[in-house]
Design a protein around this ligand. Structure first.
Ligand code: ADP
Length: 601
């Protein structure tokens, strides 16, 4: 702060010194006397040195050097001596008026300098003492009542300034300490916040990795159980297998919840809107939960006032996930009565934008008022109720709310204990056109009853995980396809050099040659030979947009997220091999069960 004041103060001081010299020259008949000339030269020289020194300090990066403070003090003393010398060097004895004016000016200069140097007691005192002491001595030396008055008053002023610099120094020190402490505190808080965020991100990554790593073998187990279903004949073994699958699917539901939760926490959940037929979507949700509802003797009623040709742009999977959770909870917490699912269009709906309210109402046990806001918290379950013993991670509603918030909405809940609960949310969705394809997901009950579709052709499965290969191969073969399997991209290229595939299912990460490189080479060789383009579908570990971009850039046509389900496989087969030729006579018991649990959060 002191250095910062110096350039302007020195310039003003030098200007003032020049004015004083001009005044003296003006008042004296012989013009400027040598004493004033020497004084002015000395003062200008020291002022220039001081200014240069301060500018050098302000520009330097190394302000911690020990050189700056002592040199600053020496230069302050020098300039103070120059000002102090004023009364001795100028011919003040020639004019009482000049003497009075100069004593007053010098005292004023001392006071102004103190105001600027007050942050540092030592330099402030180094400044004021030579100037005022010299003036006091000069006045007293002059003698007489005038000299005595001047000496005593300037001396008194000097004492006052001396003490006030001490006070000011202490106050400034205190202020600076507070400021630095505040800055340190803010810095410590920012650091703590950063660490907490990093920790939370690491926790999220850990959860996501763990759930992903658990999902892969679990899907292997479930897939193998699915294959075994066709082999076991005894009723008991069938039942045990069914139990095994049920338990596995429950575990899968929990893992999927944890994965979704950590993705939402990290803000990694991406919405993938697509043209969706809402009445069908809601009907699917009701049909899925109907199996459990019927077991409990409950009735799921659906009321949808949307026109039959109502299509909107929405992430259908996520919307379905929210609804399945709400309807699933309604079934879980209701013993008698019914569940009503209502879909309403608001009046504000326009030709391009639809405002739609979804409502799930049950006649179940209800939720106490003080618990209503808490049930949306992660892992919170209402205490002391029978559901504690039943399935549920306490993440469902938290995930549902976060998905709704990602869609710029929120879930509201009204409930009366013993009478039931109503959960509702409203979405503003852009209207869409009918894309002209049949809806992908059909109610599982239909699947259960109808035979599997039968496809025709050869699929090359490029996958290094033997369990995944076994399961996928069995499922593809059950759909009527012939399957060739290889374990990396290099083998795939070798196989394709001498065979023809109708579809390639390509794992992305494999040893020796990954799926991206293999696809690039397949596309290059097709271009070279002018051959037909073989559809390549990526088997990706994650469906983040970055991975999908890599797949697209490599020349792949589609993707299936691993671990994939039979329904995923059927979707890509339908898209890339054309519609199934006929219904396959192969039909597996329990396939519907699997989809049911797959979709249950
Ligand atoms: P959970 O996996 O336990 O169902 P949720 O987050 O879906 O987790 O729900 C949290 C809690 O909210 C439930 O454990 C239950 O106590 C309460 N709850 C949710 N839906 C209902 C409902 N329809 N009726 C009564 N209680 C409900």
């Amino acid at each position: 702060m002191s250095f910062g004041h110096v350039p302007a103060a020195s310039l003003t001081g030098a200007g003032f010194a020049v004015l004083i010299a001009m005044l003296v020259a003006h008042l004296r008949p012989t013009g400027l006397d040598p004493g004033t000339g020497y004084w002015l030269s000395a003062l200008l020289l020291v002022a220039a040195l001081r200014t240069g020194h301060a500018i050098a300090y302000l520009r330097t990066r190394d302000r911690t050097s020990r050189y700056w403070q002592p040199t600053f003090l020496v230069l302050t003393l020098l300039i103070a001596f120059c000002w102090g010398a004023l009364v001795w060097m100028l011919p003040l004895h020639e004019s009482t008026e000049l003497m009075t004016a100069m004593v007053g000016s010098v005292t004023g200069i001392a006071a102004t300098g103190v105001a600027m140097l007050h942050v540092d007691r030592i330099s402030a005192r180094a400044w004021l003492t030579p100037i005022l002491l010299s003036t006091v001595v000069y006045c007293l030396w002059q003698g007489g009542p005038f000299g005595l008055f001047g000496g005593v008053s300037v001396g008194g002023f000097m004492v006052v300034l001396w003490f006030s610099t001490g006070r000011s120094h202490r106050r400034t020190g205190e202020l600076l300490r507070l400021r630095f402490a505040g800055e340190e505190l803010a810095e410590a808080r920012t650091q703590a916040l950063r660490e907490a965020e990093e920790l939370s991100a690491a926790k999220g990554r850990f959860l996501a990795t763990m759930s992903h790593e658990m999902r892969t073998p679990l899907h292997g187990i479930l897939g193998l159980a699915r294959i075994l279903q066709g082999d076991v004949v005894s009723r008991d073994a069938h039942q045990r297998l069914h139990l095994l699958q049920g338990t596995g699917h429950l575990l899968l539901g929990v893992i999927n919840d944890v994965l979704d939760f950590s993705r939402l926490q990290e803000g990694l959940m991406e919405l993938r809107p697509r043209a969706t037929h809402l009445p069908n979507l809601v009907r699917d949700v009701c049909a899925l939960s109907n199996v459990t509802a019927q077991d409990k003797g409950l009735d799921i009623r659906m009321h949808c006032d949307l026109p039959a040709d109502h299509w909107v742009e929405v992430d259908a999977d996520r919307l379905q996930q929210v609804l399945i959770n709400l309807v699933g909870n309604a079934v879980k917490f209701t013993e008698h009565g019914h569940i009503q699912v209502t879909v309403r269009q608001a009046e504000s709906t326009s030709a391009t934008q639809a405002r739609i309210t979804f409502e799930v109402q049950d006649s179940g046990i209800g939720i106490p008022p003080h618990e209503i806001s808490r049930i949306f918290e992660a892992f919170h379950q209402v205490d002391g109720r029978y559901e504690r013993r039943s399935s549920g991670s306490g993440l469902g509603l938290s995930i549902a709310r976060q998905i709704c918030r990602t869609m710029d909405s929120d879930i509201a809940c009204q409930s009366v204990v013993g009478q039931g609960s109503t959960f509702s949310f409203t979405l503003d969705l852009p209207c869409a056109r009918d894309p002209g394809t049949a809806p992908e997901s059909a109610p599982p009950q239909c699947d259960q009853q109808s035979p599997l579709p039968n496809f025709d052709g050869t699929v090359l499965l490029v996958e290094d995980n033997p369990v995944n290969t076994l399961v996928a191969q069995a499922e593809l073969e059950q759909l009527g396809l012939s399957v060739a399997t290889v374990v990396n991209g290099r083998q795939a290229l070798r196989w394709l050099a001498s065979h023809q595939a109708d579809l390639v299912l390509m794992d992305c990460h494999m040893p020796e040659m990954d799926g991206f490189e293999a696809t690039r080479q397949i596309r290059a060789s097709e271009a070279r030979l002018g051959a037909r383009r073989t559809p390549v579908v990526a088997l990706t570990a994650s469906a983040q947009s970055e991975d999908l971009r890599l797949c697209r850039d490599a020349g792949m046509d589609d993707h299936v997220s691993k671990p994939f389900t039979p329904a995923d496989l059927r979707r890509v087969l339908r898209l890339h091999l054309g519609r199934p030729a006929a219904a396959s006579p192969l039909s597996r018991a329990g396939q519907g069960d699997e989809s049911t649990v797959e979709m249950t959060p």
